[in-house]
Design a binder for this molecule. Sequence first.
Ligand SMILES: [Fe+2]
Length: 281
Amino acid sequence: MADPADTTGAEPAILDDALARLGDIDGRTGAIMQSLIRHLHSFVREVEPTEAEWLTAIRFLTRTGQISDDRRAEFILLSDILGVSMLVDAINHRSEATATETTVLGPFYAGEQPVLPYGASLLKRPEAGSELVMAGHIKGSQGATPISGARIEVWQTAPNGLYDVQDASQPAGHLRGTFISDASGRYRFITALPVSYSIPDDGPAGDLLAVMKRHPFRPAHVHFMISAPGFRPLVTQLYIAGDPYLASDAVFGVKPSLIVEPALVDGTQRITFDFTLDPAP
Ligand SMILES: [Fe+2]
């Protein structure tokens, strides 16, 4: 393979020409385009794809676009399984030493859902799995004061391992909901104990996992997006202790501080977890 550091010959001249033609782009966009072209050329010079291989890559990205719609976010999946989503997450949350840790949004956020009352159930039909009660507080990281009026958006899979947007048999909005923390900063809701599930592996992202000889499973989790005026929004997930995929999550989303262990109380699985938000910058 060619040495990408080689600065002589026709190949670097193509790079120089591509960079020189960028035009007068200032600021962030200019810096991003410079870097994108440099790294893309460097990758191609290192790999030296055949023309057939390059066409395979183009077709792969074309299929990724073609399979995507408002219910299927294949480019988010690609970003997730390559570890890029978690890298972007890490870069953007370097300074939050005290807030609850963040993790990937994932491809199954389905927009704002109706606000449900304190203690309500996310289930829009009965499910065979174990019932789970989740409760706790939303707090500010400085002084641990409770935050009332925080918006808590929740979503998760059904016990069959599918989100409502993947499964026509589920009522729309099943296992999704929005809650508002009360005057003491408390939240509480009833749901079904989440299960580990396969990300959609019948498209380009699944094909790529197979090429990399990786499994498509995520450990059981519940997604949260929490926001409150004056605080940085928090996008995170809580993972169920003991799940066999905690150490090999297909999207690299697990952080130890986000692993929780349900406790059996009066015959019901319960998780108590306090979320902590940092002040808005
Ligand atoms: Fe998920």
